[in-house]
Design a protein around this ligand. Structure first.
Ligand code: NAD
Length: 334
């Protein structure tokens, strides 16, 4: 274990932030969490947890006070493809404010290292038009043509982090996540992402039912289990690498294959009804981990099947607790 540090995780009430706090605590660090809300599904393990609105400058100064060594800046207004395609202005404004203020407040409060959570949504859309897509290398973000709203804002915040390193020698790290999933994540309400949304639909369905899939299901993605994400974050923070770096898996699947995998885990035979008007984002996206392997000598290794075997039962249990599973849906497991 490294020497214990004082760490701040913004977005500590969210999916990745909550998992990261658990990991940092088990490694023996002192951790402050900050968010608009507490974690939804279990209590935080942070030593301090503050309800703050990090769009506000004063709140960012407060979050970063008191000799914090490292900041994991995970706070963001974000959601699945339905949410990010419908809310360009809100998402861009909120996240620009959070990222600019968090960076400068961290610098003023003499934080030693700052990690920015970017996204594969920064990649040029023109390079993701084919389901059989070439894996995305970090340089594929330019010439810039990212996802409207969320992708533009992330790409510009990456640049801002780079400027802080070049102009102030303020130690920044830039991580591009590719679709993170796992237990304790949003699975309903519009902000959930594909693995959680599909798990919910499968859990609620009775054997033989139809479930709705956005698009024709042939669009492709890779998905990273949240424990691999936390491990990668720690390793990138510990590295001396300042440019953007992918953090994802190279295990590409179609959305139809993802549905089949969840059905198999659930033990249900379901039919897919493809909603061709539903938002589906880019046609194909996969991570090229060459840089990650070179810089860290490590990459995520938890397979999609292994990760879903932990994620699906958690979502099913949550639905059961909420009284949303019909007797037949429970009994329809083969
Ligand atoms: P999440 O929505 O679960 O967590 C984000 C947290 O930020 C939420 O708890 C939210 O309340 C908080 N937040 C939003 N606005 C805030 C504000 N004004 N002040 C304080 N807190 C605020 O999302 P996540 O999946 O945990 O994502 C964490 C980071 O990783 C984000 O920056 C996101 O853009 C990035 N990311 C995630 C994925 C993924 O697949 N989950 C993919 C790419 C990038």
């Amino acid at each position: 274990m490294n020497a214990a540090r004082r760490l701040l995780v913004t977005g500590g009430g969210g999916f990745i932030g909550h998992h990261l706090i658990k990991r940092l605590k088990s490694d023996g660090h002192w951790v402050r969490g900050a968010d608009l809300k507490y974690p939804e599904y279990e209590d935080t393990q942070a030593d301090e947890f503050e309800i703050l609105d990090l769009r506000r400058w004063e709140d960012c100064l407060k979050a970063t006070r008191g000799e914090i060594d490292q900041v994991y800046n995970l706070a963001a207004d974000m959601g699945g493809i339905g949410y990010i395609t419908a809310n360009h202005a809100d998402i861009a404004r909120n996240n620009i404010l959070i990222n600019a203020h968090m960076l400068e407040a961290s610098r003023q409060n003499a934080v030693k290292r700052f990690l920015f959570s970017s996204s594969a949504c920064v990649y040029a859309q023109s390079k993701q038009k084919d389901a059989d897509v070439a894996p995305l290398r970090e340089e594929d973000a330019f010439p810039a043509d990212p996802e409207p709203g969320y992708g533009w804002e992330k790409l510009y915040a990456e640049e801002l982090n780079r400027y802080y390193w070049h102009d102030f020698k303020f130690e920044t790290r830039i991580v591009r996540f590719h679709n993170v999933y796992g237990p304790l994540g949003t699975y309903d309400g519009g902000k959930e992402k594909a693995p959680a949304a599909i798990s919910r639909k499968v859990a609620l369905a009775e054997d033989g039912d139809h479930i709705e899939i956005w698009g024709d299901g042939k669009q492709t993605r890779s998905f990273m289990y949240v424990d691999d994400c936390a491990e990668g974050l720690l390793r990138i923070m510990a590295s001396d690498y300042h440019d953007a770096i992918n953090l994802g898996t190279e295990e590409i699947v179609t959305i139809n294959q993802l549905v089949d995998l969840v059905c198999k885990i659930a033990g249900k035979r379901l039919k897919k009804r493809h909603n061709l008007t539903g938002p589906q984002g880019v046609r194909g996206r996969n991570s090229d981990n060459s840089r990650l392997r070179t810089v860290l000598g490590w990459e995520p290794s938890i397979t999609l099947s292994a990760g879903l075997k932990k994620t699906y039962p958690w979502i099913e249990r949550e639905l059961r607790k909420a009284g949303r599973l019909t007797e037949k849906a429970v009994l329809s497991v083969r």
